[in-house]
Write a protein that binds this ligand. Structure first.
Ligand SMILES: Nc1ncnc2c1ncn2[C@@H]1O[C@H](COP(=O)(O)OP(=O)(O)OP(=O)(O)O)[C@@H](O)[C@H]1O
Length: 251
């Protein structure tokens, strides 16, 4: 399995660095939550790591040839637009594109698509036209497409935004399972409660800089929450795991 190494990544927008000299080594088996307020640089960092944005510094993914990169990393962007009125099964099968042989889809491709639909509880949706689904259903279809890619690395930008509570929990539990299977999952998140519960590691950004990196309880400290997010939170360890709820703006 494969990890992701970022060394001194800097991305400038005009004169300002929006990601500023950021280095990280992320390994297989980790479910990493990328957290930070709006504009902190989460999307920019993920896109630079994938080689989708010009940057200074090096990313172990960005330096790969595109065909190899597509087999190593699946990418779930923040904007989830489905342009074509194709079936859900056809759309999810696009995730197999990096693996397709000359003769068309193999049994392995078909199995990967079926498994991805099943994991996102979409098996009954396979013949439906993707553009006619609700926003949350479309989001789940796009997660399924990324899963069908069966890449060792999954980078996801706010994948659970717009999902109902049950699907938010099941998607985060699925990401944690993928990590336990040995993949690397890196996901930008605004739900700090789910981040605390399901991520093995949190990376906190503020104005393009890395301000904290470690186990959720070591990153979601009262001082970091006040300083970076401007909030105070209720936190408790319960038999159901950590509970975390922002309760007050403190800036
Ligand atoms: N195309 C662009 N041109 C100029 N500035 C940009 C551009 N794209 C992003 N930025 C700026 O870069 C900074 C980081 O943006 P980014 O989208 O990475 O933040 P984010 O942490 O993902 O935020 P959010 O939680 O709101 O999605 C922001 O200040 C944003 O205004």
């Amino acid at each position: 399995m494969t990890g992701l190494t970022l060394s001194h990544i800097t991305v400038r927008r005009g004169p300002c660095p929006v990601v500023d000299d950021l280095s990280l080594a992320l390994g297989p088996g980790e479910c990493v939550g990328l957290i930070g307020p709006n504009g902190a640089g989460k999307t920019t960092l993920l896109r630079a790591a994938l080689g989708l944005l010009p940057h200074a510094g090096t990313s172990s993914l960005a330096r790969l040839a595109p065909a190899r990169r597509a087999r190593i990393a699946a990418w779930l962007p923040q904007m989830r637009e489905i342009a074509w009125p194709v079936s859900v099964a056809t759309l999810v099968a696009l995730g197999r594109t990096p693996h397709l042989a000359a003769g068309g889809p193999s049994d392995a491709d078909r199995q990967a698509v079926a498994a991805a639909l099943d994991r996102m509880e979409l098996s009954g949706f396979a013949p439906r036209i993707a553009t006619r689904l609700s926003g949350g259903e479309q989001a789940r279809v796009l997660i399924a497409r990324a899963l069908a890619q069966e890449a060792p690395i999954l980078l996801a930008d706010e994948p659970i935004a717009g999902l109902d509570p049950a699907h938010q929990i099941s998607t985060m539990a699925l990401f944690a399972d993928l990590a336990r299977e040995g993949r690397l999952v890196v996901t930008a998140l605004h739900d700090l409660g789910l981040a605390a519960r399901y991520c093995t590691r949190l990376v906190m950004l503020d104005r393009g800089r890395l301000v904290a990196d470690g186990a959720p309880k070591d990153v979601l400290t009262e001082a970091n929450l006040a300083h970076v997010f401007g909030v105070r939170a209720y936190q408790a360890d319960t038999p159901d795991g950590p509970v975390f709820q922002p309760v007050e703006v403190v800036r």
